[in-house]
Design a protein around this ligand. Sequence first.
Ligand code: SPV
Ligand code: MN
Length: 622
Amino acid sequence: MERLEKLLDKEQFEKIRAIDNPELHEFLADWIEWLEPDKVFVCTDSPEDEAYVRWKALYYGEEKLLETPNHTVHYDSYYDQARDKANTKLLVPGGKEIPFLNTKDRDEGLREIRELMRGIMKGKELFVCFFVLGPRNSVFTIPAVQLTDSAYVAHSEFILYRKGYEEFKRLGRGARFFRFVHSAGELDERKTSKNLDKRRIYIDLVGETVYSVNTQYGGNTIGLKKLAFRLTIQRAVREGWLSEHMFLMRVNGPNGRKTYFTGAYPSMCGKTSTAMISWENIVGDDLTFIMPFNGVARGANVEKGVFGIIQGVNPEDDPIIWQVLHSPVEIIFSNVLVKDGKPYWNEMGMEIPEEGENHSGKWWKGKKDKEGNEIPPSHKNARFTVSLEHFPNVDMDALEAPCGVEIGGMIFGGRDKDTWPPVREAFDWKHGVVTMGASLESETTAATLGKEGVRAFNPMAILDFMSVPLGEYIENYLRFGEKLRKAPKIFAVNYFLRDENGNWLNHKLDKAVWLKWMELRVHGDVDAIETPIGYIPKYEDLARLFREVLNKGYSRKDYEKQFTVRVPELLAKIERIERIYREQVREVPEELFEVLEEEKKRLLEARTKYGDYISPFVLERK
Ligand code: SPV
Ligand code: MN
């Protein structure tokens, strides 16, 4: 306390003193001494403190005002546009190697990051912010403290998370809180991080603390988002619940029935657009906590806002996002093109100016980067940050429910051109967890640095964030289902199926039909066709739903192409997945191999009877 009293001015000190938590005090004193900021501001939950942060983002030039009131733009360095997987490391004692996880010796990592951060805030202002993950004062609540010298990061967190200062006061010494320490490091004239060669994101799983330095991109810096996610996965596996890379949404069934679904998709594979279907209701678009209560699974959104991809948002396909982005509510646009105070982005369905400012600085059509690549108007991973309360389709009651909502179905989806049908249902929890969740593969996208379009193993769409050995994670999933009297139904979707000539087999909005079908299946309202890989919809049900939902015809031919069981591709996939689990993952539950074996057997039997490509009509008649 005495140390803090020396480090803070009276007003700020009083704010910290009101929280009775010596562990927090010591953490703050240690880091403020180490970072050496010129100034410290402590954010309480007051609107004035939030406004101060918002103003500071403008004052320090990390954000600029746009024409529409409450809209700002922020830029990250041209080479700091996505999550940096290579430099994001899990600090574990002894640097134990864990397959698929990027680990580093804890002592060495802590030493390195501390050295990088020593005195890094000289001349800067440090913001100390308090938030919570999950709804406040609920079983889901996890308090977190964020230290950052980026007003943009703090501002983003005010939009995306529930305020937590009062929660820290309420919990006092009982708070089991996460800690995040971030510095954007030295900034260039555009106020973007300069020393990208020293960009590091180190996750200390022992101290439940994450350090992030020399970066600004949200996925690397916003503590409560993907940084906290590594910590919550660890807690969930230890405590027997699920912390998932999933949206949470309400699908509206017949007669006002409300059914909640979660959905796990790798970044840029349709997760946000599914959760945003305008006649359904969104609860969350990225992270969900799922806990067992009285034999049912209940879910809550970890966040209260959206850090969404803006590329491709257009008035026709995304009417709600479009409307929100064009209303005067608080929004941070990042890495978009700006001309005369207006934001523009790739594929927005209208003409874009041929010059302006974007993530590369002054921009003109045809401009090339150092590598000789033409720079598009906005970055592929350009984003918007906005609170969910501004969405007309938000389910506010579900968002704030302290006990979450009962989950009827869980969806897994990837970017897969030739293997999975557009939608199918698992036989049971175990079958779904193994053949859909744990077997998820997807082509890589621009959401991370690196090559795009490569098929990659991505179980539960969570691999980028995995913080425990994969075998343990899957074991926890399997056991979770056993705690439930009524487990959610598990489904898999694939919006990216193509024919042999590479043409898409589905339209963007077809997913709205799959959702309605899944809703009916959760309640047993329609029959389905049993295939070797699970249940698929009957043509008549889909034809009716296409008519009702999209007012569209749906031909038997389209259905047949989309739902043909592609045995060679499915068998090849099982081979790939089995090999990964046998050769690269340790301590895999034996059940995983059993379930894959059974699926393989069913496929081989079907092939003997019906051939390599099996029409759904053939399976229906059998
Ligand atoms: C994702 O890439 O999955 C996102 C954005 O949701 S980020 O914050 O970068 O993780
Ligand atoms: Mn995500």
